[in-house]
Each structure stands twice: as C-alpha cells, then as structure tokens.
Write a new protein. Structure first.
Length: 156
C-alpha cells in the first residue's frame, strides 16, 4: 500500500512539473525614469550596414514616454528613409519597427536589450563611449544555430 501511494504521489508530481516549468516569467515593469536612461542615444549617428554601405540615424525623445529613431538617406539628415520607436506602454518598454515589435528584457545605465514579441531577432544598444554605441542583433538561423551581428554607431 505504501509503495502504491508513493507511485501515485510521483505521478502527480510529474504531471504538475511541466505546468510549473512553462509558466511565463513575470514581466519587469518600467517607468519614464527607466526610459530616460536611453538618453545616451540622443543625437545623430553614422553606422555601416553589413553590406558596407553607410547609414545615418537620429535619436530624439518625442515626449517623456517615447524615443524615436529616424534613418536618413544621407549625412545631410534631410530625407527620412525609415524609423522606429521605443515607447513606454503599460509599464513595458516596447520597440517597434514596421511590423516587428520587441520588449525590453534588461535595462541599465548605458545598455538596453530587447527580446522578440513579434520579430525574428533580439537586439541590444550598449554605450561604449560618449561618441560610440554598439548595436548587437541575435537570431537563430534556419538550421537552429545561434547567430549574432554587431555594428558600431559613431556620433556625428
């Protein structure tokens, strides 16, 4: 009888474990003060795309709850080609670019990382110095292998 009770208890525990293991993590809540930590991005930047072509971006706070990124066609910063936002939405920092969205997963002075909500990759901005930011993108390729690409933005 004792053996039977132990077996029942073991099967009950095994049945509960997958449910406990699959519960989503509690999301960290962010504030406007947290979003303000991204001030290191404000300004105009030049980077080099993976194909070697230069690109030009400007980051500016549209309001205390939204950071806008605008990509320009050249160093004159006249014709906008693309853009994205980081907004404080219901206590979450959400990055949106076209149909892609990502949620901040970590934030500290000089660094923020975003994980996919509806996107194929994650990315981080990291302040290297007052005039350099490293952008690192991570994804999994078709074979399931982890990939990453990093580039530097230089303040201009």
């Amino acid at each position: 009888m004792f053996f039977r009770r132990c077996l029942v208890a073991l099967f009950a525990l095994i049945a509960v474990l997958p449910a406990v293991a699959s519960e989503p993590e509690e999301l960290k809540m962010y504030t406007q003060a947290d979003l303000a930590k991204l001030e290191f991005l404000q300004g105009r930047w030049q980077g080099e795309a993976p194909d070697g072509s230069p690109f030009f971006e400007e980051y500016a706070f549209a309001n205390p709850g939204e950071l806008r990124s605008t990509r320009f066609t050249d160093a004159r910063f006249v014709e906008a080609a693309d853009g994205s936002t980081v907004r404080l939405e219901d206590g979450q920092l959400i990055s949106r670019w076209n149909e892609f969205s990502r949620r901040a997963s970590s934030l500290s002075e000089g660094e923020v990382c975003f994980e996919p909500v509806q996107a194929p990759s994650s990315f981080c901005w990291e302040r290297v110095s007052a005039d350099e930011v490293r952008v690192t993108q991570r994804w999994t390729d078709a074979e399931g292998a982890a990939q990453q690409y990093a580039l530097s933005l230089r303040r201009i």
